[in-house]
Write a protein that binds this ligand. Sequence first.
Ligand SMILES: Nc1ncnc2c1ncn2[C@@H]1O[C@H](COP(=O)(O)OP(=O)(O)OP(=O)(O)O)[C@@H](O)[C@H]1O
Ligand SMILES: [Mg+2]
Length: 257
Amino acid sequence: MDKKLRLRINEISKSYKLKKKDYHKVIDSLSLDIFDNEFLVILGPGHCGKTVLLNIIAGLETPDVGFVELDGVKIDGPNPDMGMVFQKTGVFPWLTVMENVELGPRFKGEAKSERRERAQKYINLVGLQGFESHRPPQLSGGMKQRVGIARAYTNNPEILIMDEPFGALDAQTRYSMEEEISNIWSIEKRTVIFVTNNIEEALALGDRIVLLTECPARVKEIYEVNMPRPRDLMSEEFLLLRQKISENTDLSIDSEV
Ligand SMILES: Nc1ncnc2c1ncn2[C@@H]1O[C@H](COP(=O)(O)OP(=O)(O)OP(=O)(O)O)[C@@H](O)[C@H]1O
Ligand SMILES: [Mg+2]
């Protein structure tokens, strides 16, 4: 299969100044190619630099060294082709579900009927139909994350970046969200970059899994996952790959899966 390169991350490094002459290196000469319509999972331990890496990809931060290219053009600021679902829910509590989801196109001045139609489509896809007029304080944690995901999709970005979107959810909700996001991806193919520190989640979702080192983040290993979707979490292939990855990292395995 011919793979079309979308994003090229080329030898990026990033440090933060601590005090005086002390620097904390967070990303160390990291290179990675990301292809069109792939579901790429970035798997790494806590505080290893995953969010910083995503922020650099999204143009929200600049690397000290190296560069990121989207379709051959260097990224030097936020890019409308990329949409982000943040680690903490970024929903506005005073807006309804519909108003949160349609916010991007509304800011762009898109006609109400058009943006509502698209927002409704994604509200339905994430299973929030019937809750359009609710406000976030009336919703569970999982439902709030769904609002964030529907909002990111409604912006219609070519590349969707998700930063541990299910990290704060209980195991059961997390599992059903993983199924849902995998379903949406099967229906609406696009390039997804999904960050997690959970091996099972990485295996449930990714076409490729990029394992990062401890801080400073470098690419430790890349795993191709060729299992059909929805993934069978008890299949031999799944369990073998899970074993292989866990032997290569200190990340723990959820005992309940
Ligand atoms: N703006 C900043 N200034 C100084 N240090 C920072 C800044 N942003 C991140 N860091 C540091 O960089 C390191 C990596 O942070 P980052 O948020 O990327 O980790 P992470 O892998 O996303 O962690 P988690 O799994 O907890 O989300 C941390 O030690 C953090 O304190
Ligand atoms: Mg993070």
